[in-house]
Design a protein. Structure first.
Length: 526
């Protein structure tokens, strides 16, 4: 894959068989517990040497943890950090007491502290990671967890997620099988072997530089770095093909064919005649709302459709079939567009209405309303103190907007959303443009809603060609659905991984495209 730090990445289950995930910092939030235990261990040891006339800088969680110990077997981490301070200790033996000043003794002391903190504080998971793993398994991909920690099984059991993995290769297995620790590729090679998958058919997901280096050396087909701190550049340099801030940014596709690479998409404005050839199939137009018909704005209530765009849509509605497909509630988007005689799909297609009073809700979604109500209450209660954070309730989703949140507070928003999502496993966490959204964790999206609408509109493929214009990650479901028999148009300032075939820079370009399309259809006549 081409190296990129672009979010909203699409991965195809046809290209990959299995996914191997690191534990700490990717699946569980025990990385903080590990880092604290390391600091207590090293600072105590360094303080004793300072008293004896020596001086060394204390362990720095922000820099030393990722640089010297994260992702490595425990004793390797001890050795690596002490070398950075110019200190040398005898190796010792694995059964050394935690009070012995040996590599093994310090490592065992760290483990004791970790176990104590784990017992008192418990285990938190990244809810978006758990949601992704469930999606992967539904799509038929096998999953494995890897960790240099000997506590891996205990952590998984404490979190109640051990059944989500087909196999586990951890610190215990490293010793038993005599495998080298990260950044050596052994742990990933062994995981792919146990999953009966060739390395090039595997995806590796890591948050540590040693981990991405190991997965890349193992020959994995895609290596994803999770940037939990400020190390996106370092992850890319050490072997990550893609870097994301959160695994909610990943998009798993199950249609046939590989995920297309990032490429230079042609302008839809420059290729209108190619998109809608003369005397060919009639276009059926599907349009997203926010970021497509209106600009992205700080507050969702401020996304007002301009009179000129509305006039263009009214003209187009007389010339072709139109549907608006939005993440907004059905009533909200219908009132904002305000055009009769067209179809509307709200809540990402959970709620649909037609021009003659037709109305359908995705029945299964109603069962999730109590969970959404509870999640909304918790989000409002816990995010209310963060300036600029807005919680928006939709019928089939709850959205946390952080566009106006200070950068140093964004992680706090994400932690709250993760915590609440982990309490509601029947909901899935998705990410978009400066939003986190909780939705029912069921097999329904804009792509499936689009296919339903095409049947409702009676769009015979021999006579009609569907066009879908959208700007966000959720629109990729619709682009993928149209890959074989329609055309997707991405609204974005720059190219990114997408199933769309053409691109428009912004809502102004969308308006111009719609104007040109209406002019052309008027010239063609009935």
């Amino acid at each position: 894959m081409n190296k990129t730090d672009t979010a909203g990445v699409a991965l195809s289950s046809d290209r990959f068989d299995a996914v191997v995930l690191d534990l700490d910092g990717v699946i569980t939030q025990t990385a903080k517990v590990h880092a604290t235990a390391w600091k207590m261990t090293f600072d105590d040891y360094l303080a004793k040497h300072t008293a004896e006339g020596e001086h060394s800088e204390p362990f720095d969680i922000e820099t030393d943890y990722h640089r010297y110990v994260d992702g490595k077997p425990r004793y390797d981490g001890v050795r690596s950090f002490l070398q950075s301070r110019g200190l040398d200790l005898p190796e010792g033996k694995p059964d050394d007491g935690s009070d012995q000043e040996t590599i093994c003794g310090l490592g065992n002391r760290k483990n004791e502290l970790f176990q104590e903190k784990l017992h008192h504080e418990g285990v938190e998971v990244y809810a978006s990671t758990i949601s992704l793993i469930r999606t992967l398994r539904r799509a038929g991909l096998r999953t494995a967890v890897v960790s240099s920690s000997r506590n891996c099984r205990a952590v998984l059991e404490a979190a109640g997620i051990i059944d989500l993995f087909d196999t586990r290769v951890d610190g215990v297995e490293l010793q038993k099988c005599r495998l080298a620790g990260k950044p050596a590729p052994d742990i990933f090679i062994e995981a792919s072997r146990r999953l009966t998958s060739e390395p090039h058919r595997c995806i590796g997901i890591e948050d540590a530089t040693a981990g991405v280096q190991a997965a890349q050396a193992a020959g994995f087909g895609c290596v994803i770095g999770v940037n939990r701190g400020d190390q996106a550049e370092a992850l890319l340099e050490h072997g990550a093909d893609v870097v994301v801030a959160d695994l909610g940014e990943l998009h798993i596709v199950t249609a046939s064919g590989d995920t297309p690479p990032t490429r230079q998409l042609p302008s839809a404005l420059d290729h209108l005649n190619e998109i809608v050839p003369t005397h060919d199939r009639e276009p059926v137009l599907f349009l997203d709302y926010d970021g497509t018909l209106t600009p992205i704005v700080p507050h969702p209530n401020d996304a007002i459709l301009s009179d000129t765009v509305r006039a263009t849509l009214q003209r187009l509605a007389r010339l072709c079939k139109i549907a608006i497909v939005s993440g907004r509630d059905l009533g909200d988007v219908r009132n904002r567009v305000g055009i009769k005689g067209i179809w509307y799909a709200g809540s990402h297609g959970f709620d649909i209405s037609g021009p003659k009073g037709e109305r359908t809700e995705y029945q299964e979604g109603r069962d999730y309303l109590p969970a959404l109500d509870a999640a909304e209450h918790s989000l409002r209660e816990k995010l209310g103190a963060i300036p600029g954070c807005l919680v928006e309730r939709k019928r089939f989703a709850v959205t946390a907007h952080y566009r106006q949140v200070a950068q140093d507070q964004v992680d706090s928003v994400k932690q709250v959303v993760d915590q609440i999502n982990s309490s509601h496993t029947e909901l899935r966490l998705t990410a978009g443009k400066k939003i986190y959204e909780l939705q029912p964790d069921i097999d329904w999206d804009k792509g499936k809603a689009l296919r339903w609408l095409m049947r409702a509109l009676d769009t015979d493929p021999a006579r009609f060609i569907p066009l879908y214009i959208g700007d966000d990650i959720t629109d990729e479901d619709a682009f993928r659905e149209l890959a074989a028999d329609g055309i997707g148009i991405l609204v974005a300032e720059r190219d990114q991984p997408t199933y769309a075939a053409y691109r428009l820079d912004d809502p102004d370009a969308v308006q111009e495209f719609l104007n040109q399309l209406s002019d052309k259809l008027a010239r063609l006549g009935p």
